[in-house]
Write a protein that binds this ligand. Structure first.
Ligand code: PRP
Length: 174
């Protein structure tokens, strides 16, 4: 598919400020018992890397790779576990790190996926929330930005596996 010109929608400086604010909120809530950060790949890799460096908490880090979009811009609705969680999360405070919550299906799926592993708690931190597209209700505990129904790429988010490397969050020009 052809490359389309990305237009900056949320700047790297705005992202930086949001990451600082989120880290402060998370630190305030977890300073006595640091959480296990569960990053949903691939989209959240950049957010996790920035967040963990300013968090200043001795967190554990784990990954699960889920996929819902295929190659398109609209979620297929089917969540697939591409790479399983390998860590034991029993009795641990899990903080899910998401890049974006759109339909809510991924986070809904994650709650069901984690429950049998008996974590002490599961909270959700997302950089972006797109509430207009919600199909499944989700509780978001920490949120960077609430955005309208636009397709965004960059800072980990892709379109057809492109644009993840961009340091800003962008929309695609036609
Ligand atoms: C994206 C994104 C979220 C999910 C949100 O992942 O990273 O995990 O979709 O959408 P939802 O709220 O509608 O479920 P995707 O499945 O595109 O995989 P990726 O992270 O590898 O890009």
């Amino acid at each position: 598919m052809a490359w389309r010109t990305p237009k900056v929608f949320i700047t790297r400086n705005q992202i930086y400020d949001a990451v600082q604010r989120l880290a402060e909120e998370i630190r305030r809530d977890y300073w006595t018992a640091p959480p296990l950060l569960l990053s949903t790949l691939k989209g959240s890799f950049m957010f996790l890397a920035d967040l963990v460096r300013v968090l200043d908490l001795p967190v554990e880090i784990a990954f699960v790779r889920l996929s819902s979009y295929g190659g398109g811009t609209v979620s297929s609705g089917q969540i697939e576990v591409v790479q399983d969680l390998s860590e034991d999360i029993h009795d641990k405070a899990v903080l899910v790190i998401e890049d974006i919550i759109d339909s809510g299906r991924t986070v809904g799926f994650l709650h069901a996926y984690l429950a049998p592993r008996a974590p002490a708690s599961v909270r959700v931190c997302t950089l972006l929330d797109k509430p207009q597209r919600r199909q499944v209700p989700v509780t978001i505990d920490y949120c960077g930005f609430t955005i309208p129904d636009v397709f965004v790429v960059g800072y980990g988010l892709d379109w057809n596996e492109q644009y993840r490397h961009l340091p800003d969050i962008c929309v695609l020009e036609p």
